[in-house]
Design a protein around this ligand. Structure first.
Ligand SMILES: C[S@@+](CC[C@H](N)C(=O)[O-])C[C@H]1O[C@@H](n2cnc3c(N)ncnc32)[C@H](O)[C@@H]1O
Length: 213
């Protein structure tokens, strides 16, 4: 994702108030601490500009959502969108997915969304892919035993790599499709920014649900 340095990024994040969690370790790692209730907590990793989290949270008021993004100049756009939506079941935080196990209790997260993760096409960069086995270890640790990863991407190379990683890991896969928009799983689908862009160009979208148990 191309990022232009945002003017006044820190002030803009500050202006979003309690939507932005500055320090997850200090401020909270559970629905109770972040939202003051015990609704299930779901995380989107690499939320980009926030279309998916806002659309999904609006449809599911009985769930809490935390959108994480490692680039703060991208997160600021998501944060402002959440603020404008008036939703009270979304928080955003600038962290790297690598840090998740240091923050969350084991088996405390209901679901993880990976949407259009960076493909890192060069083999020497495969460890950076968010579906590489070291990331799967992280997700397994923080997800509830019946929790799931919902993954979608336009990138067939990343998808094929990910399916192999999932298989090696003993992950059970459900609702797998290589063409989400022409599949039975399209109902209720909330589009991300990348999804809008690639599907409008005619690129098929791959999608799967993953369970560790
Ligand atoms: C290709 S963009 C997709 C954005 C959005 N999910 C969408 O579908 O439009 C991938 C995003 O993931 C973020 N990202 C990549 N690796 C990450 C990591 N390890 N932790 C948190 N965010 C990450 C990037 O900064 C980027 O904003």
């Amino acid at each position: 994702m191309r990022v232009h340095k945002k003017k006044h990024g820190a002030e803009r994040l500050e202006a979003c108030g309690n939507i932005v969690i500055k320090d997850l370790r200090a401020e909270g790692n559970s629905s109770q601490k972040l939202f003051g209730n015990d609704k299930p907590l779901r995380i989107e990793i690499g939320c980009g500009k926030g279309d998916f989290i806002v659309g999904t949270a609006a449809k599911e008021p009985d769930v809490n959502f935390l959108a994480v993004e490692k680039v703060s100049d991208v997160l600021v756009i998501a944060a402002e969108k959440v603020k404008a939506s008036g939703l009270d079941n979304v928080r955003v935080c600038c962290i790297d997915a690598k840090e998740l196990t240091e923050i969350f209790e084991p088996h405390s997260i209901d679901r993880i969304y990976l949407n259009f993760s960076d493909p890192w096409p060069k083999a020497r960069h495969e460890k950076r892919r968010l579906t590489y086995r070291s990331f799967l270890e992280i997700y397994k640790q923080i997800l509830r035993e019946d929790g799931a990863i919902y993954f979608k991407t336009d990138n067939r190379g990343l998808f094929d790599f990910s399916l192999e990683e999932f298989k090696e890991f003993g992950i059970r896969m459900e609702k797998l499709t290589f063409d989400l928009h022409n599949s039975e799983y399209m109902e209720g689908n909330v589009m991300t920014e990348y999804e809008k862009r690639f599907s409008s160009m005619g690129v098929p979208i791959n999608r799967v649900e993953c369970y560790f148990k």
